[in-house]
Design a protein around this ligand. Structure first.
Ligand SMILES: Nc1ncnc2c1ncn2[C@@H]1O[C@H](COP(=O)(O)OP(=O)(O)OP(=O)(O)O)[C@@H](O)[C@H]1O
Ligand SMILES: CC(=O)C(=O)O
Length: 578
């Protein structure tokens, strides 16, 4: 082993303030983050202290050492990655993760297995729909699939206090004709009444005035309020269109969204009960609907850390103007973000969505949080077996922007071609990823933005340098040994060309890394001896024929080497398989 460089840093040398974000942008006319987002030294010391830290860079040719430990133990590689590695090699692995919403169209064991085979990384259960028993049954089936060797994480999506939802009582769409007069009411009635729409919340018309416009699903149809009758509204259709079941409505006055002052908490009683259910069922992610500020996320995270010894990740859904205005604090407080374009498109003009999406992705990458682009990616495939070219372009754009994950909603939940839709996401992502690599698009990303903006600056710098090295040297794969997933996510943040294999001995960490771009999480035993871990895992992969002589692997580690010392050894090594 030839050591080519060595560097020792003490923790008191670390710059303790995170530079403020310099992305001086506004979304939909509103400044979306503060210019002074400093973290203090105390926070760094508490959360990230490094005593006698040493960072080493080593270049070596791996040879079978005589004292090599036996190949016992499991590599923990999932069936789908193994198959893809065999067929396509390291660079053929898809980097963008795929989330499928599970619904009646895909909830049998066989259908779920087809989605798992097709590359579903995360199964999303929307708690708005169906019964507790139905969700429980799906969770049980996904766990069974994981026992078979798949790696599918579980996410529940809370209903939230979704107040502006209306229903016309019919199972399919109803036409709203120009000039027709409709009644929006909070009265409960069974079935279908012509020209009548039920609102789901008693206070839906609070503060609404005659002359305001009622926009359905971001523009499916528009009405003008002509009369207020108690809590009900009489409205005239001024832009004809369609009303779908569970349509969302927004109110506009003089071209501006009329905000509501309902002051309802982000989490309803039902959401808390669904969260309890999620904890008891061992899910990995909770996607929080209608987040308005960081407070609800912090509250839920505190609750989860008291309630569960496992780490459950909280994702904030960005789906309102309010959440855009507090974007940075929300991203910072959460473990990840879902760009819920469906509801967002009800609150902001559709032409704003592409730039808002790009901005949210940028902020997430800056703050090292995984980000999911959701809704309407392949909407036409709910009905048709092929997507439109525009949909493929939309998917490609999200991949080009380096989103961590793409999500199917109705396409998989209720569509006739869920499996095909997943395959379109898979092939489109893989194609765009290889184009980006061939065109070296990665180098056009503003790497300076990523430099030293997080709390653990040593880990951040190591991962930035490791990624740069892996790209420059054209290495085959990056191996990272991680107990908390932090190093794996920091590597992913750099979107390096080679795939990242994250070895961890924590099942929960493995499942939560499933959402991170380019990361293949593996569950394996880890010892305190880093060299032994590296050699053992490389040898295990080699024994399966997935890595061959001459392949080069960049190894990043961040493990306390021995229980006897608190010294942390973080290193980058390049290993050529001998
Ligand atoms: N578990 C389920 N059972 C029945 N139908 C479902 C289920 N999950 C989703 N669906 C159907 O699939 C469609 C798309 O699902 P998705 O959850 O993405 O949309 P949504 O309900 O509009 O989401 P949100 O309420 O979070 O904005 C829904 O409108 C619903 O008809
Ligand atoms: C996914 C979701 O909730 C939305 O797009 O609104």
């Amino acid at each position: 082993m030839a050591v080519v460089g060595d560097l020792a840093l003490m923790c008191n040398q670390i710059i303790t303030k995170r530079p403020s974000l310099d992305l001086k942008k506004s979304v939909f006319g509103a400044q979306i983050w503060s210019k002074k987002a400093y973290f203090d030294a105390q926070k760094l010391k508490k959360g990230q202290s490094r005593v006698g830290l040493k960072a080493g860079m080593q270049l070596e040719v791996l040879e079978r050492s005589s004292d090599f430990k036996s190949l016992e133990g499991n590599l923990g590689l999932d069936l789908v990655t193994e198959r893809n590695l065999r067929e396509k090699g390291f660079l053929g692995l898809r980097k963008t993760k795929l989330v499928c919403t599970i619904g009646p169209a895909c909830c049998s064991f066989e259908e779920l297995e087809k989605l798992a085979q097709g590359g579903m990384n995360v199964a999303r259960l929307n708690m708005c729909h169906n019964t507790r028993d139905w969700h429980k049954d799906v969770i049980r089936k996904i766990k069974k699939l994981n026992e078979k060797g798949y790696c599918v994480s579980l996410m529940i999506d809370t209903e939230g206090n979704q107040i502006n939802v209306v229903d016309h009582g019919a199972p399919s769409s109803v036409k709203a004709e120009d000039g027709s007069i409709w009644h929006f009411t909070t009265e409960r009635f069974q079935g279908f009444l012509p020209l009548t729409v039920k609102a789901n919340h008693q206070g839906f018309s609070e503060g609404i005035q005659v002359g305001d416009e009622v926009v359905i699903d971001g523009g499916m149809a528009t009405f003008k309020v002509v009369k207020k009758i108690g809590k009900d509204l009489q409205c005239k259709c001024i832009d004809p269109g369609l009303l779908l079941p569970r349509a969302k409505l927004s109110f506009w006055r003089n071209g501006e969204l009329v905000g509501n002052n309902y002051e309802l908490p982000t989490l309803s009683m039902k959401d808390w009960s669904d969260i309890e259910f999620g904890i008891s069922e061992g899910i990995e992610f909770i996607a929080l609907s209608f987040v308005k500020s960081a407070d609800a996320i912090k509250h839920l995270k505190n609750y989860l850390s008291d309630k569960s010894s496992r780490s459950i990740k909280v994702l904030a859904k960005i789906e309102s103007v309010e959440s855009l205005q507090k974007l940075e604090e929300i991203v910072d407080a959460s473990d990840g973000i879902m760009i819920a374009r469906g509801d967002l498109g009800v609150e902001i003009p559709l032409e704003e969505i592409p730039t808002v999406q790009e901005t949210i992705i940028e902020v997430c990458q800056q703050l090292n949080k995984p980000v999911i682009v959701a809704s309407q990616l392949l909407e036409s495939m709910i009905e048709y077996p092929i997507p439109t070219q525009a949909e493929v372009a939309d998917v490609s754009e999200a991949v080009r922007q380096y989103a961590d994950a793409l999500m199917l909603s109705g396409e998989s939940a209720i569509g006739s071609y869920g499996e095909k839709a997943l395959s379109v996401l898979h092939t489109t992502s893989t194609r765009m990823e290889s184009w980006s690599r061939e065109e070296n698009m990665q180098s056009f990303r503003d790497q300076n933005r990523l430099k030293l903006s997080l709390l653990d600056q040593i880990a951040e710098q190591i991962c930035n340098s490791a990624s740069e090295m892996a790209n420059n040297l054209g290495l085959d794969a990056i191996f990272v040994y991680t107990r908390h997933g932090q190093m794996a996510s920091l590597l992913s943040r750099n979107r390096p060309n080679p795939p990242i294999f994250a070895f961890t001995d924590d099942k929960n960490i493995r499942m939560s890394l499933n959402l991170h771009w380019g990361v293949t999480p593996l569950l394996t035993d880890l010892s305190d001896d880093m060299e032994a871990n590296t050699e053992r895992t490389i040898e295990l992969i080699k024994s399966k024929g997935l890595i061959k002589e001459g392949d080069t692997v960049l190894v990043v580690s961040d493990i306390i080497p021995s229980a006897a010392t608190r010294t942390v050894f973080q290193s980058i090594q390049v290993k050529t398989v001998g």
